[in-house]
Design a protein around this ligand. Structure first.
Ligand SMILES: *Cc1c(COP(=O)(O)O)cnc(C)c1O
Length: 396
């Protein structure tokens, strides 16, 4: 009988890692205050407080909260004046919303391939995708690793493109000492359940551009204008408001972010030092990254050394050992039916395709565990690598 848990052996770990989301009396007190204030909706002072604090923490002057990170991307594109027939460059490896926000405002997403070291948009590939119709680029700081802003910002300026940073994985991350979210014209964050800062759902746009802040706020508040009357609607907008109750939770979560980022970094350092050079390669961090957001701990399998075991088989065996690894995406975004059924041709991105065969991640909460618990991750990875031949036999 095999020692692999998937084949009936004893798992490396039987207890869960740290739980998520994290809360205590800070959240309870903040929620109570909003409850008792009687103002539960989007015009609660807790919302203004959160917008101001979050924007400041990300080196931005303005924050406009929204009900989620998908609609904040749409609001940002709207504020940038992007619409029908425009092209917007996006990565093929990200949550689908980065690309669908572009479709929803009537523009066309153009997929530029990723850099296999950082898993972020490759600036050289971005440049190749620029046409007369290109209006913007949306870098995603994937997994929390900031995209190469040194290269992307000059390319965007040279071609007169707007930069919308999708920071859904990168709360508190920084590149050369400057916070992500402050490089682009306007930037979007998500506070969905799985994100490093969460209220279950929620989002925010941050910017240093007063005009974009005003346009975003107007769009998110049914066309109202700052200082205007309640029933005065100068523009077409919608309601994207975050509630006071969500803001209460986020204000509390924000006090915890610096400590969480430190803990994630310590644990990531540990895993990187223990896994480096192995069959499951840990992330390579660009030296210009001053703070990594560490939303996802990305690993890449050297499948050549796994006797033909696939990424999905490997991850399944790892999960059976008690390590909640996640196979990354089955294929790049443009191979979803939503895109293939449009009749349009979506050129393949070779690196993205390859990563979808080789990569997996450890999710958010694992990096908040005690470092000693992470020994189990290393042990389980080594165990599955060593037993890969058995795994293959089992699969046939
Ligand atoms: C989560 C996520 C979004 C969307 O955020 P929601 O708040 O879930 O709508 C957008 N982009 C990326 C990269 C994400 O991970």
């Amino acid at each position: 009988m095999s020692s692999l848990a998937l084949l009936g052996g004893r798992p490396v770990r039987e207890r869960p890692f740290a739980s998520w989301p994290v809360f205590d009396d800070t959240e309870r007190t903040a929620l109570n205050q909003v409850l008792e204030s009687g103002i539960w909706g989007g015009y609660s002072p807790a919302v203004r407080q959160f917008e101001t604090a979050f924007a400041k923490q990300h080196d931005c002057r303005f924050g406009v909260s929204t009900c989620n990170g998908t609609l904040s991307l749409e609001a940002a594109l709207h504020a940038l004046g992007i619409g029908a027939n425009d092209e917007v460059i996006v990565p093929p490896i990200t949550f689908v919303a980065t690309a669908t926000a572009v479709l929803r405002i009537g523009a066309v997403p153009v997929f530029a391939d990723i850099d296999p070291r950082s898993y972020n948009l490759d600036p050289a590939r971005v440049e190749e995708c620029i046409t007369k119709r290109t209006r913007a680029v949306i870098p995603v700081h994937f997994g929390g690793h900031p995209a190469d802003m040194d290269a992307l910002i000059p390319i965007a300026h040279h071609h007169n493109l707007a930069v919308l940073e999708d920071c859904a994985h990168a709360h508190g991350a920084s590149w050369k000492g400057r916070k992500v979210g402050s490089f682009g014209d306007v930037s979007s964050f998500s506070f969905q359940q799985s994100k490093n800062l969460t209220a279950g759902e929620g989002g925010i746009l941050v910017t240093n551009n007063e005009d974009l802040a005003a346009k975003s706020w107007t769009f998110a508040n049914q066309g109202r204008v700052a200082g205007g009357a309640w029933y005065q609607h100068d523009f077409l907008g919608t309601n994207l408001r975050l509630t006071g109750l969500q803001a209460a939770v986020l204000n509390a979560q924000l006090t915890r972010l610096p400590e969480h980022l430190e803990r994630r970094a310590r644990n990531a350092d540990f895993l990187i030092s223990r896994l480096r050079g192995g069959v499951a390669a840990p992330p390579v961090i660009d030296p210009r990254v001053t703070t990594h957001g560490f939303h996802l701990f990305l690993l890449r399998l050297d499948t050549q050394q796994l006797n033909g075991v696939s990424r999905d088989q490997f991850v399944k065996a790892l999960q059976a050992e008690g390590i909640p690894g996640v196979s990354w995406y089955p294929y790049p975004i443009y191979r979803n039916k939503l895109f293939t059924s449009t009749g349009r041709r979506w050129p393949a991105c070779a690196e993205a395709e390859r990563m979808c065969q080789e990569c997996f991640w450890l999710s958010n909460e694992i990096l908040l565990a005690d470092t000693a618990d992470l020994e189990d991750v290393v042990r389980a990875v080594e165990k599955v690598v060593t037993a890969s031949a058995e795994l293959l036999e089992h699969a046939h």
